[in-house]
Structures are given as C-alpha cells and as structure tokens.
Design a protein around this ligand. Sequence first.
Ligand SMILES: Cc1cc2nc3c(=O)[nH]c(=O)nc-3n(C[C@H](O)[C@H](O)[C@H](O)COP(=O)(O)O)c2cc1C
Length: 180
Amino acid sequence: MTNKVERHPARPIYPTPAGLVASIDSEGKPNIMSVAEIFNLSIGDPVWIGISIREATYTHGLIKERGEFTVNLPTAAMLKKVLGCGSCSGRDGIDKFEKYDLTALPAKHVAPPIIAECPMNLECKVVGFHPVGDHDLFIGEVLVEHIDEDALDAEGQPDNVKLDPLLLLRGGFWRMGTKI
Ligand SMILES: Cc1cc2nc3c(=O)[nH]c(=O)nc-3n(C[C@H](O)[C@H](O)[C@H](O)COP(=O)(O)O)c2cc1C
C-alpha cells in the first residue's frame, strides 16, 4: 500500500468550475467577477447554489445591496476572459464587459444581466448569507437556467462536451476529460 504524506490543506475539494458572477450597482451599471468557490447546495426543490466571496471585492457589496446575481458558466476557451475578470475590480470604474469583450443580455427575473458568451446562465435571488472563515457565503435560489440552443444534444438535453466547462483543480485550469 502507498504511504500517505500529510499536507496543509488549501482548496482541498477539487475540481470546481470557474464561473463569472454578474451583479449591478444602484445606477444600473453591471459588474463581473470570476468565482471558483461555487457549489450546488440544494439540487432539486428548491435549487440553491452557493458562492463564496471575499468581503473586499466590489461584487460582495453589490450583491448584499441588491440581493440578486447571475452565475454564468464559461467554456474552457474563455480562460483569458475569466483571468481578466478576476484580476481587476469594478470598484476602480473598470467596465469589464467592455474590457473583456463580453455582452450583457437582460435577465428575465433579476436586474443583473446574463453574459451572452457563456453557454449556461443562472438567474439567482439571495436566500441566505453566512460568513464562512475567510469568505462570505451567498446562497442563491436559481430562478431560471438559460442555455445556448446549440449546446443541447439531439434529445434537447445539455451536451456536456459542448458546454466545455472551465475547471479549477488545485491551482491550475483544466478542461473536462472523457465520460465514463
Ligand atoms: C479563476 C478565478 C477564480 C476566483 N474565485 C474567487 C472566489 O471564489 N471568491 C473570491 O472572493 N474571489 C475569487 N477570485 C478573485 C476575484 O475574481 C477578484 O478579486 C476580482 O477582481 C473581484 O472583482 P470585483 O472587485 O469587481 O468584484 C477569483 C479569481 C479568479 C481569476
């Protein structure tokens, strides 16, 4: 049997998807932030997801104020945009939609927009907030899911290969392997 080595844990659950979270300020200007601490919490009825966000981010205050956000799941090919949206702050007046060539589409039930270039978009209303160590957990009820028509298979179901999710795995980025 292989010997086990003890390590100090850091982001110990892997992989997680990278998402782009859109929020909006009181004047209607939207912002985007990259988020990899993103979880399914209640999967059927209701559908609740969690995102863990540091208080220092601009997005944190916007979501706390408005109580709404969208989660947009990029493809692996969008890595550069995800790195960009996670490396500067809307607080500094940066329009990340313009800077990273992303398109805001109106959502149906919430004020923050969805991001057209992401094949999957979730409209979320905040139903819970909990400080969790070095992040704060926002729990969002998913009111509706939007998916690109061309990311559906012949049966009208999401095609995971076409969704091509961007995965964060112990500090590095990966794309999905094969179905088993
Ligand atoms: C791939 C990636 C994942 C990230 N995940 C998170 C996360 O889950 N929580 C968090 O607080 N910050 C995360 N960040 C950092 C924020 O995206 C970053 O601080 C961003 O500039 C905040 O933007 P804002 O100030 O406009 O809200 C991540 C960054 C990258 C590149």
